[in-house]
Design a protein. Structure first.
Length: 317
């Protein structure tokens, strides 16, 4: 019996000596690019059109918000646009037809007064030369003539302005008010579109943070998910082993839970800035060494479509 035990130990020792040395095995994680969808305007959730685990496409509506303030602001903006547009049209077109008729009638009356004063001053001028009237009478008539001429010129200018419309600066000011009103309306219409929470790209819904009736504040995350076809593998490696890998190198990653082997390419090698980012379990490194993260993207994306995020992956070096 003792001899058999010795023989067994000898065979075991020989077997251990002849066994080829195993490659170092790194353990990492299956990762997917994450995406967070936030609200831009405050509002209560009145409809949820998806549930956790759903696959959605770019442009799909995920939720609808109730934003009563937008409806009120839209009515105000539409009223401001209507008023500003009317003011601009009035500045461009000028006075109405009735106002122009009134100014033309006033101009005709003043023209008659001006022509009468002009005739009177001519007659008095000749009489003054013959000393038939005193200078005072002539001066009083001349003053009336000047007054009639000034009134006639003033109404003539007023009529010209009425026909041409407001001055250019007033028209530009009215146009600016109109453009400002249109901008306010466009802003409200943009905010109104934000009541619909839209998927920015193809993705899977992982978590929904709010329920029906809850208030979504600006910048609050409503949905978390993973981008479609964004799976990659993440491993942590010590500085001393960097000579065993290089960017662009093709490697083979193994998924333990389904025994799947996937070919990939090393796309990123970067230093880790925090211990909490370590992906490899029990990494073998010296305390003074820096740690680096390597990112491996699959060569065939379809090979990773059924992989579950955060599961383990192994890599032989």
């Amino acid at each position: 019996m003792k001899n058999l035990l010795i023989l067994f130990l000898a065979l075991l020792l020989c077997s251990s000596c002849n066994r080829p040395k195993n490659k170092e095995l790194l353990q990492g994680k299956v990762e997917k690019e994450q995406i967070a969808i936030v609200s831009k305007v405050p509002g209560k959730i009145i409809r949820l059109l998806v549930k956790e685990g759903d696959l959605v496409q770019k442009g799909d509506t995920l939720a609808i918000l109730d934003i009563p303030e937008v409806d009120a602001k839209k009515s105000q903006a539409e009223g401001a646009v209507f008023s500003a547009k009317a003011q601009y049209n009035m500045a461009v077109k000028g006075a109405t037809n009735n106002q122009i008729k009134q100014l033309e009638a006033k101009l005709m009356a003043l023209k008659e007064q001006y022509q009468f004063a002009q005739k009177s001053i001519k007659r008095l001028n000749n009489m003054l030369k013959d000393s038939l009237i005193p200078q005072q009478t002539y001066d009083e008539t001349f003053a009336k003539y000047q007054g009639a001429l000034a009134q006639y010129n003033a109404v003539q200018a007023e009529l010209d302005d009425a026909k041409k419309g407001a001055r250019k600066e007033q028209q530009e000011m009215a146009l600016g008010q109109q453009e400002r009103a249109y901008g306010a309306l466009q802003e409200v219409e943009t905010a109104n579109k934000e009541r619909y929470v839209i998927a920015p790209q193809d993705m899977s819904i992982e978590t929904i943070t709010l329920n029906l009736g809850e208030l979504a504040l600006p910048g609050y995350t409503l949905f978390n998910g993973f981008i479609k076809n964004s799976t990659y593998f993440r491993f942590t490696i010590a500085e001393s082993k960097l000579n065993q890998i290089k960017k662009g190198q093709e490697v083979e990653v193994t998924i333990p839970y389904n025994k799947q082997s996937i070919k990939g390419k090393i796309t990123t090698i970067k230093q880790l800035s925090a211990y909490g980012n370590i992906a490899t379990a029990y990494p073998d490194y010296e305390m003074q060494e820096s740690l680096f993260e390597i990112k491996i993207t699959p060569i065939q994306v379809q090979d990773t479509k059924d992989l579950i995020s955060k599961t383990s992956a192994t890599l032989s070096l």
